[in-house]
Ligand binder design. Structure first.
Ligand code: PLP
Length: 425
């Protein structure tokens, strides 16, 4: 067997000759090694927010690698990009007196926040508060905590128990959530949720959902962790989605859009409540951190990425494109093959109808492959949906081009009957 690269989230027994090897990127466009062009309709894995091929990020990283490529940030050590980035994130953060814990990505950020939450309660003299509540369809990365907190059952199952003391609740059912809170009085360390469920199908919250969650957390004194790995840094048109939904979490997990994917980096934004407890003399050493926490080159990439978002007013651009994306999605609802479309900011999903012939999973897989053949990269999500989350720099013309191909390919999907207009109705 020639293949040595093990693709993540892949059935390697079925890879055969399907490997797509990408070589270049510019704006929303990618090219593979054969020179074929693709429109990146998902910003990679929801990260390439400022688009591909930004020279100024590459130059800043190169400069930083020459000056100081890496050194530990454990104990007393720091570096200028890490300090500057932390100041900058604290200033952008909606949390009071934010402290910034830098990580290497989203899964690191989730594990870090979960450990902070449990440690917080130990320091508060309530060691029984270890339960973390997560939502159905949630994706919180694939480290220990993230795997156990996963609400996408296929991702959570098959490993045995990794982290115990997690509870799952239907992602939109406030009554069920209230019941879990009531049943576990004095046991709940934190609630964790994505402002808009991402990998679980792009599921925006119902109106008022987050206010109710916030109320329950306050009532039960539980910490609120908002996982903004996808939504942070502008996906919904605000720096953070918790501003969009007007909630005040205790901890915010981020990654992806912090560097637009140019280098791996994550950050946990920690509000005063948790910071004060974990920075107290009584707390001692916080025995947690990563070799590359505060990696100078990654932080240098993040600083320029934030410059670009500000200079090019990309949050306003997202706000302008929000309606355009929603309109294109609305138009697809006319197609019998589409059961539902969903969107929030520059996040969208098209869900296929149950009437698809041969099963929806296969139809999504085929559709994604056919679109790739036509030069548009989309992705299938659990729940039989197609993910759309383009870079913020996509033009309206490029969005139209993407939806023309998507609409044509959706029309080609065979259906056994139109569920919204049954023949015998
Ligand atoms: N949290 C959310 C909401 C995510 O969508 C992801 C990744 O998609 C993660 C955490 C994990 O991030 P990473 O893959 O960088 O570890």
């Amino acid at each position: 067997m020639k293949q040595t690269f093990w693709h993540p989230f892949s059935d390697m027994s079925k890879l055969s000759d399907r490997e797509v090897v990408l070589a270049r990127g510019q704006g929303v466009w990618l090219r593979d090694t054969a020179g074929k062009a693709y429109l990146d309709a998902t910003a990679g894995l929801w990260f390439a927010n400022v688009g591909h091929g930004r020279d100024e990020i590459a130059s800043a990283v190169a400069g930083q690698l020459r000056a100081l490529a890496a050194y530990s940030t454990f104990d007393v050590f720091g570096n200028e990009p890490a300090l500057e980035l932390s100041d900058r994130l604290a200033a952008l953060s909606p949390l009071p007196q934010t402290a910034v814990f830098l990580t290497s990505g989203g899964s690191d950020s989730v594990d870090t926040a979960a450990k902070m939450a449990r440690r917080y309660w130990q320091l508060c003299g309530e060691p029984d508060r270890t339960l973390i509540i997560a939502r159905s369809d949630a994706y919180h990365g694939m480290h220990g905590f993230g795997t156990s907190l996963a609400g996408i059952s296929a991702n959570a199952e098959g490993w045995g128990t990794i982290v115990g003391d997690v509870a799952h609740v239907d992602h939109s059912n406030i009554q069920a959530l209230r019941a879990v809170f009531d049943k576990n009085k004095g046991r709940i360390a934190a609630f964790i949720g994505e402002p808009v469920i991402g990998a679980g199908g792009v599921r925006p919250p119902s109106p008022g959902y987050w206010q109710e969650v916030q109320k329950l957390c306050v009532e039960h004194e539980a910490l609120l962790i908002v996982d903004e790995v996808v939504t942070g840094f502008g996906r919904l048109g605000d720096w953070f989605a918790c501003q969009h939904y007007d909630i005040q979490p205790d901890l915010i997990t981020t990654a992806k859009g912090i560097t637009s994917g140019y280098l791996p980096l994550g950050a946990v934004l920690v509000g005063a409540r948790v910071r004060d407890a974990l920075w107290s003399e009584q707390a001692g050493v916080f025995r947690h951190g990563y070799t590359y926490s505060g990696h100078p080159a990654c932080c240098a990439a993040a600083l320029v990425n934030l410059d670009i978002i500000e200079r090019e007013d990309l949050l306003n651009r997202v706000r302008d494109l929000t309606g355009v994306l929603a309109k294109h999605l609305d138009a697809l609802q006319e197609l019998p093959v589409v059961s539902q479309t969903r969107s929030a900011g520059l996040l969208g999903a098209v869900e296929l109808s149950e009437s698809v012939a041969g099963g929806r999973a296969k139809a999504v897989e085929d559709l994604v492959a056919r679109m790739r053949g036509r030069g548009v990269l989309v992705r299938g999500l659990v729940g039989h949906s197609i993910q759309l989350s383009p870079p913020f720099v996509i033009t309206e013309a490029e969005l139209s081009q993407l939806f023309t191909v998507l609409s044509e390919e959706l029309t080609e999907v065979p259906i056994t009957g139109d569920e919204r207009h049954p023949v015998d109705a």
